[in-house]
Design a protein around this ligand. Structure first.
Ligand code: ADP
Ligand code: ADP
Length: 232
């Protein structure tokens, strides 16, 4: 059973402008790093929002770990959404909270007990190599460090999938490299499935085992990165 499966997803915001997603199908297997690549306007953000249940497709369905989420709402949807954690281009950390307190936030919201939070937060900081910055505020961190905190926060509730939405797009090439290495490392060590949405071909080439290419809302290629990017 694929961890994420999209079947014939179509999304129409405005019938006058046609579908933003047009019968998009893809499957992400457990443990793989799957890149979804496309130019600006290709429909990547809409696809992400369908995959994480924020947007309801006009037709088609999304399953996460074999459970269809397209029809869920309320607490069932919230619980299914917990399987997919997100990291973002602009990190979206709370500036009033320290690095450790940002990582603790999803645990607090989920009602995890204080003792578990006290032991889990340092482990997460260690995983991303930022134990020394536990008490720093986001304004005291570099872009790469902020993204590491974003990653630690995303992993706090032990998701099945880490969904990266242009998470390296605001970073310089060297920092991008370091973050991609960290994601690869987390994929290896935890066996965590990672889906990377990006407009950067190099990002996909560097770490994705599988890739789906989106153009004008349609999947034009999908398969092993090696095959998709092979030259004739
Ligand atoms: P990408 O992330 O690849 O840039 P998007 O999913 O953001 O693509 O956008 C694809 C197309 O859908 C664009 O033409 C955009 O204007 C349109 N679009 C995105 N969100 C909405 C919305 N909420 N309402 C109407 N049109 C939208
Ligand atoms: P706030 O005052 O915003 O509630 P706290 O400082 O109380 O923030 O921290 C929130 C959470 O972050 C706490 O549950 C605590 O366990 C965790 N935390 C804070 N500082 C550290 C730290 N240095 N190492 C590990 N966990 C921390």
């Amino acid at each position: 059973v694929p961890v994420i499966r999209a079947d014939e997803l179509t999304k129409i915001y405005d019938p006058k402008t046609g579908p933003v997603l047009d019968r998009v199908s893809l499957a992400v297997a457990e443990g793989e790093i799957h890149g979804i690549i496309g130019r600006s306007g290709a429909g990547k953000s809409t696809l992400v929002r369908c995959l994480n249940g924020l947007v309801k497709p006009t037709s088609g369905k999304v399953s996460v770990a074999g459970r269809e989420i397209s029809g869920l709402s309320g607490s069932a949807l919230r619980s299914a959404r917990r399987d997919i954690a997100m990291i973002f281009q602009h990190f979206s950390l709370l500036s009033s909270r320290t690095a450790a307190a940002n990582v603790a936030l999803p645990l607090e919201i989920a009602g995890v007990d204080r003792e578990t939070i006290r032991t889990r937060v340092p482990k997460l900081l260690d995983l991303v190599g930022l134990s020394a910055k536990a008490d720093a505020y986001p304004s005291e961190l570099s872009g790469g460090q902020k993204q590491r905190i974003g990653i630690a926060r995303a992993l706090a509730l032990e998701p099945r999938v880490l969904l990266s939405d242009e998470a390296t797009s605001a970073l310089d090439p060297e920092t991008t490299e370091q973050i991609l290495d960290l994601l690869k490392d987390i994929n290896h060590r935890l066996g965590l499935t990672i889906v990377l949405i990006t407009h950067e071909m190099d990002v996909v080439r560097q770490i994705a085992s599988h890739v789906t290419v989106l153009e004008h809302g349609k999947v034009v290629e999908s398969g092993a990165t090696f095959d998709v990017f092979a030259f004739p």
